[in-house]
Design a protein around this ligand. Structure first.
Ligand SMILES: Cc1ncc(C[n+]2csc(CCOP(=O)(O)OP(=O)(O)O)c2C)c(N)n1
Ligand code: SF4
Length: 279
C-alpha cells in the first residue's frame, strides 16, 4: 500500500488514492459510506496485526460500485463487466496467501456475473464478495437490474418492471458459501462488523450492502433528494440477530431484513485443492 503525496487530512485517507479524489460519485451516493465502513474494518484487522495491507487485492468489474477499485490505495484490478469473480479466482490460485476482495454492483455481480457468483459460492472459493445493491444499473443511466423491485419504472421498463427480483442472499445461502450477510448504508456499523468478521474467515464470504443511488434510482422512484432517499431506506431496514432465510426477501413495502444469514466453517476451495493434491 504505497502512500500518496497529498497530505493526509482524514484518518481513512490512507486507504484512498488521493490523486484520484474527488471521485466520480454523485453527492449523496451510498457507496462512500460502504467504503468508509469497510476501511474501518480493515484498520481494526491491521491494528490487531491480523492482516497485512500488502496482501490485499481488490477486484471489480464495471459500474459505479466496482469503480471503487480505482480509488482504493491497494493492489487492485478493474476488469470486464461481470468478470470480477473469475479474475479474483485467478489471483487467489496464483497466490493463496492473498486476501481477495471483490466489489461490484448488483448488475455486475448478480446480472452479467451471476453464473460466476453461483459457481464461486458452490466451490467455496476463498474470496470476499461485496455486492452493492442500488436496485438499478446506475452507471449506464438506470436500466432494470436483477434486483429491481416489481413495478419500478426504469429506462428499460417504462411501464414498470414486470419481473420479480432475485434474492441474491437466498441464492448464495443455498450453495456452499461460508458466510452470507446483508447490511445497509443506513447501518454502517453492521457493514463494518460483518466485513471485519469476513476478513477473519476462509472460503466464500458474501456481503450484500443495500445502498442509496439518489441520482439514478432515486429519480426513478421519486426520491431524488439524497437525504430523503437515505431516510426512506433507513425506515425500512430492520436488523435481526440470526434472521431466517425466509425473511430475506427485499420489499420496499414490508421492509428489508439485514443481519448474518449464514456462518460456518466448511472446507474452502484452497483446502479442498490441497486435500486432493496431498500437500
Ligand atoms: C460486457 C459489458 N456489457 C455492458 C456494459 C455496460 N455497463 C457498464 S456498467 C453496467 C451496469 C452497472 O450496473 P451495476 O453493476 O449494478 O453497478 P452500479 O453502477 O449500479 O453500481 C453496464 C450494463 C459493459 N461495460 N460491458
Ligand atoms: S449514479 Fe447512483 S450509484 Fe452511481 S455514483 Fe451516482 S448516486 Fe452513486
Amino acid at each position: 500500500m504505497a502512500m500518496k503525496t497529498p497530505p493526509l487530512i482524514h484518518p481513512l485517507d490512507k486507504h484512498l488514492r488521493l490523486d484520484r479524489v474527488p471521485t466520480m460519485y454523485c453527492p449523496g451516493c451510498g457507496i462512500g459510506i460502504a467504503l468508509g465502513a469497510m476501511f474501518r474494518a480493515l484498520d481494526r484487522r491491521f491494528n490487531e496485526g491480523l492482516l497485512d495491507p500488502n496482501r490485499i487485492v481488490w477486484v471489480g468489474g464495471i459500474g459505479c460500485s466496482a469503480r471503487a477499485t480505482l480509488y482504493v490505495n491497494y493492489d487492485a484490478a478493474h476488469v470486464l463487466h461481470g468478470r470480477a469473480i473469475p479474475f479474483a479466482l485467478g489471483v487467489i490460485l496464483a497466490n493463496p496467501n492473498l486476501q481477495v476482495i471483490v466489489i461490484g454492483g448488483d448488475g455486475d455481480i448478480a446480472g452479467i456475473g451471476g453464473n460466476h457468483l453461483i459457481h464461486a459460492a458452490k466451490r467455496n472459493i476463498d474470496m470476499i464478495v461485496v455486492m452493492i445493491t442500488n436496485f438499478v444499473y446506475a452507471m449506464t443511466g438506470g436500466q432494470v437490474a436483477p434486483t429491481t423491485p416489481v413495478g419500478v419504472k426504469t429506462t428499460t421498463t417504462p411501464y414498470g418492471n414486470p419481473e420479480p427480483p432475485i434474492n441474491v442472499v437466498k441464492v448464495v445461502t443455498s450453495l456452499n458459501a461460508n458466510y452470507v450477510a446483508r447490511a445497509s448504508v443506513t447501518t454502517p456499523h453492521y457493514i463494518e462488523s460483518f466485513f471485519y468478521k469476513a476478513l477473519g474467515m476462509k472460503g466464500f464470504r458474501f456481503i450484500e450492502i443495500v445502498s442509496t443511488c439518489p441520482e439514478v434510482y432515486g429519480r426513478h422512484i421519486g426520491l431524488r433528494d439524497p437525504v430523503d432517499m437515505y431516510n426512506e431506506l433507513k425506515k425500512r431496514v430492520k436488523y435481526k440477530q440470526k434472521p431466517s432465510i425466509e425473511e430475506s426477501d427485499i420489499s420496499w413495502d414490508t421492509g428489508i431484513v439485514i443481519g448474518e444469514f449464514l456462518e460456518r466453517n466448511n472446507p474452502s476451495y484452497l483446502e479442498l485443492l490441497t486435500g486432493v493434491r496431498g500437500k
